[in-house]
Design a protein around this ligand. Structure first.
Ligand SMILES: [Cu+2]
Length: 502
């Protein structure tokens, strides 16, 4: 129904030949559009309808197969700190072989291994040197998603590391405790490299956070969950043959790279750090018993207060931390984390030691308002319009050009970015919007204050067709940063811009 409405609105817009209405706000600063013009209506006429074959109609996403619960979930190892080297950590992008299927070896990519990467933990305030090395046969970069580091260390598409090359990067974790991640970002190769297995968790930890009685024993009661969907050609991840320009969506679910996983739980209260690591699929997670759980964190740290909920929706690259209290549940009833359709993505097996003392459920309330009155009343100073589908995706009518700076913003100065997802005649689609080098706050969605689960630091935000989202954006460091759609194929197709922070 909603989709039909978008089609109707899309047709109206097309007939009227109108541009998106600009916001009439009192403005102390001129509103920047990053030179919006030229290709604004590109590709959406009848001649180009042919190009839409394979367009990812979000009412028609292939369902995920439920996990058969055969294999214990892989927990990525922790990345060990080097003791006798002039650097702290080493991360190597390499080729590998993964046995997803009994009778076949799948060619994959991994960091320091065959698939995915080890979990890196940085203490809040700590500065580390990381040696990064590319042992692939193609260029790559190492991007620290959500970490507020200078543009020079951020690993965007301009920081290419050629096959065989090594580079040193300096990372300072000068931000609240959070579940971040790292992945490649080479232009036009990101989607393929993530699809084949390059991604890892990156935590910022804080002793204050331990004091809130949150579970924090890695792999025991504090579990990373990287959800991804994959499409196989036989037993191979034949990306070039299977890719879809609107986002490659698969029917096979893997969690931490494990196909048909189950997780044995040993503690009554478990903390899960969930990453949507898919190229394009949006996930809505629920419990199979329709029970509630507690969301405690968004992309960039703890929420203002814990939220009791029955589901969470994450678009690609978004994270959420949740607590599940198994002591409230019936151990004889099978329980799983499911998707929207009720398919079990991660079934649980109970081995809870009844003698374990149950921690008091975490509770805190941040009494300072999430947004100050001053922040809420700031005028919009940057307008961004997301538009298109397949390989005809643009931001403000343009495709990524490494030689073009679209916006400039002063370090440490908060500005309001308004992101508009402009529908097209097909109705448009969700675009997850990500900004490098910052944790921002959502000020409003179509003029309404964000829901409680979005009152926390964010670096990626799901934007519905025809939705207008205002963000409060501050960059603590300098450099050139990317902002882009996190459907990886859209990103590779140029749905990306650059902001220079001075
Ligand atoms: Cu997109």
């Amino acid at each position: 129904m909603k989709r039909k409405l978008f089609i109707f609105i899309g047709l109206l817009l097309l007939l009227a030949g109108c541009k998106s209405p600009s916001t009439n706000q009192p403005s102390s600063k001129p509103v920047e559009h990053g030179n919006m013009h030229s290709e604004d209506s590109m590709g959406m006429d009848h001649e180009n309808m042919e190009g839409m074959q394979g367009h990812m109609d979000h009412d028609d996403i292939p369902p995920l197969q439920a996990s058969k619960g055969i294999k214990e979930l892989t927990i990525p190892p922790l990345l060990e700190k080097k003791q006798d080297a002039d650097y702290d950590y080493e991360v190597v992008a390499q080729e590998g072989i993964t046995e997803f299927f009994e009778d076949g070896a799948t060619k994959t990519y991994g960091y320091n291994g065959d698939l995915l990467g080890p979990t890196m933990r940085l203490k809040k305030g700590e500065t580390v040197k990381v040696k990064v090395r590319n042992e692939l046969k193609e260029p790559t970069t190492f991007h620290w998603h959500g970490l507020e580091v200078p543009g020079s260390e951020d690993g965007g598409p301009s920081k290419v590391i050629q096959p065989g090359e090594t580079k040193m990067v300096t990372l300072k974790a000068d931000q609240p405790a959070a579940t971040l991640w790292y992945h490649p970002h080479p232009h036009e190769l990101t989607a393929k490299q993530v699809f084949k297995g390059l991604a890892g968790m990156l935590y910022v930890t804080d002793t204050d956070e331990d004091a809130t009685a949150l579970p924090h024993t890695y792999g025991v009661d504090d579990i990373p969950l990287i959800f991804q969907d994959r499409l196989f050609d036989g037993e191979q991840l034949n990306y070039d043959g299977l890719m879809n320009n609107d986002g490659t969506i698969g029917d096979i679910s893997i969690v931490n790279g494990t196909m048909n996983p189950k997780l044995t739980i040993t503690q009554p209260i478990m903390r899960f750090r969930i990453l949507n690591g898919a190229n394009a699929r949006n996930y809505t997670f629920r419990l199979s018993n329709a029970g509630t759980f507690t969301q405690i964190a968004s992309d960039g740290g703890l929420l203002s207060e814990p939220i009791e909920t029955e589901e969470i929706t994450l678009s690609p690259s978004e994270r959420a931390e949740i607590l599940i209290d198994f002591s409230k549940m019936d151990p004889h009833e099978p329980i799983a984390i499911t998707d929207e359709a009720g398919n079990a993505l991660l079934p649980f097996e109970w081995k809870i030691d009844e003698s374990t003392e149950k921690l008091d459920a975490a509770a805190w309330t941040d009494n300072t308002p999430f947004l100050s009155e001053e922040e809420k009343s700031l005028p919009v100073s940057k307008e961004i319009e997301l538009f298109g589908m397949m390989d005809k995706v643009t931001i403000n009518g343009k495709k990524f050009d490494p030689n073009r700076i679209d916006f400039r913003q002063e370090k440490g100065v908060s500005e309001v970015w308004e992101i508009y997802n402009k529908p097209d005649m097909m109705g448009g689609m969700i675009h997850p919007f990500h900004i490098h080098g910052t944790q921002f706050k959502i000020i409003s969605r179509d003029g309404k204050e964000p829901e409680p689960h979005e009152r926390g630091w964010k670096d990626s935000v799901l934007i519905e067709p025809d939705e207008r989202v205002k963000l409060l954006v501050t960059f603590p460091e300098e450099g050139i940063y990317m902002y882009h759609c996190h459907i990886l194929e859209h990103e590779d197709n140029g749905m990306m811009g650059q902001v220079e922070v001075y």
